[in-house]
Design a protein around this ligand. Structure first.
Ligand code: AMP
Length: 592
């Protein structure tokens, strides 16, 4: 598929979407043929295809894999070997995904034309929205978009998150003016690597243009909430800038200063007064409706782990502004769009776009089998058009950039079809127990870091009896909480031995140091996760937890302590038995 075929906008984009979804089966088969034609001779694929370019050979011989199996091939390219190890096209960059492998960031190969596929999906969003909310071209979008730190692979390829790659690309920077995608934030603010300067200026630009703003958003709900919290701390400075027509001295990035001085043409004391009066209100309930009175919807990912932020966004919008989830995407591949964008976030289904990659599905019984360690036989895979509504699947992709039958790790439930393209509810990321921002910590990683940390206790005759965890998003930013039950091994009589604060703080520190790369990046660099907390609970708490869960229908024979807890009775029980809380006192180590 050449890039030109992907350049659809407006009504054209919708017509093309109809065609694609009506011909979903044919499109998928031709995508697979094209991928095989291009990548069949690559070292990886040829190992299985052995010279064949046949779709049926692919289907019977190419194994279903996880990251660990493809990682050595990706690493060789990152080290400077030829792209033909994986792909018939030049690998132009490595996309750092939020998944980690052995604590290290995962790198996904990407080719130049992947940018066209991403743009194709972005171009569908506004035509879809326009069907439900007209006149979105009569105002602006205040989208808080950020780039993240990037590095180079040993061979000099850029290694960065997919959105950073997109915002830095000419597809974004040199986009032609489109009234449907007119942002309040200047590019310089989005592309400023310093998060505080970027956030300050994006909020300032949004406030100055508050009467033009028709939609508010961020990619993930967590980022939007952090921006609101930033506004809470900085509105006095922002109002001062608007009143005086000067830009705060803390904005030192020269291109950003220049761009912002263009946006703030003259002092505006009246606007500053209006904003101040709103920010001084006793409660910030509904603040978004007051500050941006013409907003018709708020856009952010609120499905999957981001659903935990729905109540907070409803608070700031007083439940009056629709919350819209438009798309489902990853570093490996952009997957699909929400064709019914005004539905409530918990009801969202994404329609997979058959031209993005070749999609297959591992059927899952009970929602979550088989485990990620289990080998999946090729003949178990179900193709895109054959999924059954109501059933659960794990998503498997074969991409143009060289991932073949790669398990993305997402668990989806088929809910229906748009023409012949299936629609899915995002259920969860397999094995992920904790997530605040883009971090995804699985049970194994959590266990490993608990094991490393509890060793510190043992030197003081203290033993960790049981633990569980919770993602606390009542603070902004949210933070990881571990509930620990500790016993004293030197004397059982001494139950109430005072806990040594420094020791427990060291344990918090050790936990953070052994969590994955993305967690440490969010904590230390992006500050999008707060310090980890250990809540030490009274002895006997985990027995009480077991009693509670069994009384709720759990089986006593199969009982296992859950390694994470969601809000509800179990959490209340744990919180009611907390002896003391301890926090990590410095940022964990993080190197690019
Ligand atoms: P990354 O590889 O870091 O780009 O993260 C991609 C992952 O984020 C996906 O595989 C999903 O687990 C998650 N994700 C992306 N979009 C959505 C969405 N709309 N709803 C829920 N989870 C999502």
């Amino acid at each position: 598929m050449d890039g030109k075929k992907l350049e659809y906008k407006g009504e054209d984009a919708l017509r093309q979407l109809e065609k694609l979804t009506i011909k979903a089966k044919e499109v998928q088969e031709s995508i697979l043929e094209e991928i095989i034609t291009r990548n069949g001779a690559s070292e990886y694929l040829n190992k299985y295809m052995q010279g064949s370019m046949d779709v049926s050979t692919f289907k019977t011989r190419v194994p279903v894999i996880r990251y660990e199996e493809i990682q050595p091939y990706i690493q060789r390219i990152a080290n400077g070997e030829d792209s033909s190890i994986l792909s018939g096209h030049q690998i132009t960059e490595m996309l750092i995904s939020s998944g980690t492998s052995c604590g290290q960031p995962r790198m996904m190969p990407s080719i130049e034309e992947d940018l066209d596929r991403r743009t194709y999906l972005y171009n569908l969003i506004m035509p879809i929205m326009n069907q439900y909310i007209p006149n979105l071209d009569k105002g602006k979008a205040m989208y808080l978009l950020f780039i993240k730190a990037e590095k180079q692979t040993p061979s000099g390829l850029a290694a960065r998150p997919v959105l950073t790659s997109y915002y830095k690309s000419s597809h974004f920077r040199s986009r032609t003016h489109d009234p449907f995608n007119d942002y309040t934030s200047p590019n310089e603010a989005i592309l400023c690597p310093d998060r505080d300067q970027s956030m300050y200026c994006q909020l300032l630009a949004g406030l100055v243009q508050r009467q033009c703003v028709l939609r508010l958003g961020a990619v993930f709900a967590s980022a939007l909430l952090r921006s609101i919290s930033f506004l809470e701390r900085n509105w006095i400075d922002l109002c001062r800038d608007i009143r005086n027509g000067h830009l705060n001295k803390s904005i030192i990035d020269p291109s950003l200063r220049a761009a912002m001085l263009n946006t703030m043409t003259s002092p505006d004391p009246q606007l500053a007064d209006e904003i101040e009066a709103i920010c001084r209100l006793r409660t910030w309930k509904g603040i978004l409706c007051q500050l941006w009175p013409r907003v018709k919807y708020i856009e952010a990912v609120l499905t999957g782990s981001m659903a935990q932020y729905i109540p907070a966004l409803e608070f700031y919008s007083a439940g009056k502004i629709p919350l819209v989830c438009t798309m489902y995407a990853s570093s490996e591949c952009y997957f699909g769009v929400n064709m019914n964008p005004l539905c409530y976030p918990t009801d969202v289904s994404y329609t997979l776009l058959p031209n993005m990659a070749y999609f297959e599905f591992i059927p899952l019984e009970n929602g979550l089998q088989p485990s990620s360690e289990e080998q999946v036989e090729q003949d178990k895979l179900v193709s895109l058009v054959d999924v059954k509504p109501g059933c659960y699947y794990e998503l498997v992709v074969t991409t143009f950039s060289g991932l073949c039958r790669y398990r993305v790790g997402d668990v989806l439930q088929a809910t229906g079809f748009y023409n012949y393209a299936p629609q899915f509810k995002f259920i969860c990321r397999r094995n992920v127990v904790l997530s605040i921002d883009t971090d995804k910590t699985n049970e194994e990683e959590l266990h490993k870091s608990v094991t490393a940390s509890k060793k510190l206790l043992e030197a003081f005759d203290q033993l960790l009896v049981e633990y569980t965890s919770y993602a606390d998003t009542s603070t902004i930013p949210g933070h990881y909480v571990l509930f620990w039950e500790i016993t004293n091994t030197s004397t059982k009589l001494n139950l109430a031995t005072p806990l040594r604060a420094e020791l427990l703080q060291e344990c918090c520190q050790a936990l953070e140091e052994s969590l994955g790369y993305v967690y440490r990046r969010c904590r230390s660099h992006e500050k999008s996760i707060g310090p980890l907390e250990i809540r030490v609970v009274k002895e006997g708490t985990f027995e009480a937890l077991m009693d509670l869960l069994i009384s709720q229908g759990g089986s006593i024979n199969q009982y296992k302590t859950p390694r994470y807890i969601e809000p509800g009775q179990a959490l209340e029980l744990l919180n009611s038995r907390v002896r003391d809380c301890f926090f990590s006192f410095r940022d964990p180590t993080w190197n690019l």
